[in-house]
Design a protein around this ligand. Structure first.
Ligand code: ARG
Length: 575
């Protein structure tokens, strides 16, 4: 265990137990970074109240128990414990992290099975910007859990079923399969949908045909199913283009769209009804999970079968949660979905608990994704008010990145690779670096900036360290250490790097990628200061100092690159 805050917390808790009795061993020691020392522990103040003793006296008693501590502890003010770690301790811990190929990230034992439901665009419409965030955040969580050794099962819950497919298939017949496929593959799903919709609203016989088609589709008629596949396959090919452009890890093996649950829906309803969990209300089969009421104080229904016998979004999610627990053996299920669906998921989870399908040992969590806003603070749209096509947006990011590095003298191929990494890195990092549930303003200028907490800044920080090694004529893997921390800037960087493992673990526990971004940004900033103040390869630096500083550079580089890889942000070697 290397994370200093964790080490300190444990030591202070031991001190609490020996000073005041075992019943205080699990009190929160309230360790915080401090202006006056490395950390401060504030527990004496809260404990003093409970013990009815003077806080300073309590603080002194804790300090007395910390005699074999690898640092100094001072009591200050009303009873703060100011804690400064020994340089030697930090250096030897940093050397351990440096020697560890995983840079201090432990593997979780026993491994958990984590099902992650993310991306989930709707086939009947174009994949829109809202799905960008669910895709990017979900993919980061999948990478993090995998890195920690958990068994990750990705589930792309595509919207690939429902009544609109009647008109979509009829429209496909009208324009011809080839033309339809070409249009869908090109990402013009919205135009396709709108054309079908216009006919549905304006042409009575088309409407009639569409209605009949819904029924033949639902009955599993082979020719209709073939047409549905033609439509879906072309749509998925477009989604895959977006995924590969973004460097997202989803593959066809992860497709688990709504249609997959069709064969389970009848039984889902039967079992809910037989168990008394669902009841018929106004013709529909509903679950009324306790604690959910509408504005009129009436219990809110989760409709699992509509009054016309049809199934909807909630039916599918009930079947899906049961499948994920029972068949996929999930320990944890993460739903990376828009915040506007919070009520839906709370009700689904509550209904599944009622039915006994979601035991207490399994946690189901809605990782809420805040809405993407335009610079005007409104829902992100094109100037003409249409929703923005994802491919166009990504292409624009790449074009802008290209303009930003146009003057750096790279050949065509290198420049294209860098531009792609910078453009996609900027978009992804911007999504990840803010709290996933807060609304977020999509702003190319900010996300493509080379300063501040941005993708390009982080990429530049790693490229700069790579160039230090090129200048030194060595590879980062060739450094030997140990890490010695003489200067304050070295010490600050070394101390910070000890927290990497704990940060990654927290991202997994709390589903908060922005914590990793903040950690990496701080890493890059501390590195900058170190590099300004501590020459690494300059003439006049003695070989030993140079070697140990190179080791610190190597560790910093590995932490930055591992971290960016966990975020799914590509790292160009040069920039
Ligand atoms: N397709 C849905 C949408 O775009 C998201 C699906 C999320 N997953 C789920 N299990 N309901 O809003």
């Amino acid at each position: 265990m290397t994370d200093p805050q964790k080490v300190l917390a444990e030591r202070v808790q031991q001190a609490l137990a020996s000073a005041f009795g075992a019943e205080h061993a699990d009190a929160d020691p309230l360790i915080r970074p401090s202006q006056f020392a490395d950390f401060q522990a504030n527990v004496a103040m809260s404990l003093a109240k409970r013990l009815r003793r003077a806080p300073r006296e309590v603080a002194e008693a804790i300090r007395a128990e910390l005699s074999d501590f690898p640092g100094t502890v001072e009591v200050s003010g009303p009873g703060f414990l100011n804690i400064t770690l020994d340089d030697g301790w930090i250096a030897s811990e940093a050397t351990l992290v440096y020697k560890d190929p995983r840079s201090g990230v432990a593997t979780i034992a026993p491994a958990q099975t984590v099902v992650i439901d993310y991306s989930a665009p709707n086939a009947a419409k174009e994949m829109h910007v809202g799905h960008l965030r669910t895709t990017i955040v979900g993919d980061c969580l999948a990478r993090v859990h995998e890195h920690l050794g958990n068994h990750v099962i990705r589930q792309n819950h595509l919207g690939d079923w429902g009544t609109p497919f009647g008109m979509l298939i009829e429209h496909l017949l009208d324009i011809g399969e080839e033309a339809a496929v070409a249009q869908l593959e090109a990402g013009q799903g919205t135009e396709y949908y709108q054309a079908a919709r216009a006919k549905f609203d304006g042409d009575e016989s088309f409407k009639q045909r569409s209605r009949v088609r819904v029924t033949t589709l639902q009955s599993g008629d082979p020719e209709t199913m073939r047409l549905w596949h033609v439509f879906m396959d072309a749509t998925v090919r477009y989604f895959n283009k977006v995924y590969s452009m973004l460097g997202v890890t989803l593959t066809d093996a992860d497709l688990a769209g709504e249609s997959m649950y069709n064969p389970m829906l009848e039984k889902t309803c039967q079992d809910l009804e037989a168990a008394g969990v669902a009841t018929i209300s106004e013709g529909a089969l509903c679950v009324f999970p306790p604690g959910f009421t509408g504005s009129d104080d009436k219990p809110l229904p989760l409709i699992v079968r509509k009054s016309d016998g049809g199934y909807g979004y909630a039916s599918t999610d009930m079947a899906a949660i049961r499948y994920r627990v029972h068949d996929l053996k999930a320990d944890r299920i993460l739903y990376v979905v828009g915040a506007d669906q919070a009520l839906h998921f709370r009700m689904v989870f509550a209904a599944a608990r009622l039915a006994g399908w979601l035991p207490d040992t399994v946690s189901a969590e809605h990782v809420q994704i805040g809405m993407m806003l335009g610079k005007d603070g409104r829902r992100f749209k094109t100037r003409s008010g249409e929703s923005v096509k994802l491919m166009d947006l990504l292409q624009e990011a790449i074009d802008r990145a290209s303009a930003a590095i146009a003057d750096r003298g790279y050949d065509e191929v290198t420049r294209e690779a860098i531009t792609h990494s910078v453009g996609m890195g900027a978009v992804k990092y911007a999504d990840l670096s803010v709290n996933h549930d807060s609304e977020y303003v999509f702003d190319f200028d900010r996300m493509l900036g080379f300063t501040g907490n941005t993708g390009p800044y982080m990429q530049y920080a790693t490229a700069r360290i790579r160039s230090i090694f090129r200048k030194a004529g060595r590879s980062p893997e060739e450094t030997t250490g140990p890490i010695v921390l003489g200067e304050p800037a070295e010490r600050a960087l070394g101390l910070h790097l000890l927290g990497f493992g704990e940060t990654v673990e927290q991202v997994a526990t709390l589903s908060e990628p922005h914590r990793l971004c903040a950690f990496l940004f701080e890493t890059a900033s501390l590195f900058s200061t170190f590099y300004e103040e501590c020459p690494v390869t300059k003439e006049g630096v003695d070989p030993e100092t140079s070697a140990r500083r190179l080791a610190l550079c190597a560790l910093t580089l590995r932490v930055l690159e591992t971290g960016l890889d966990l975020l799914g942000v590509p790292v160009p070697e040069r920039m």
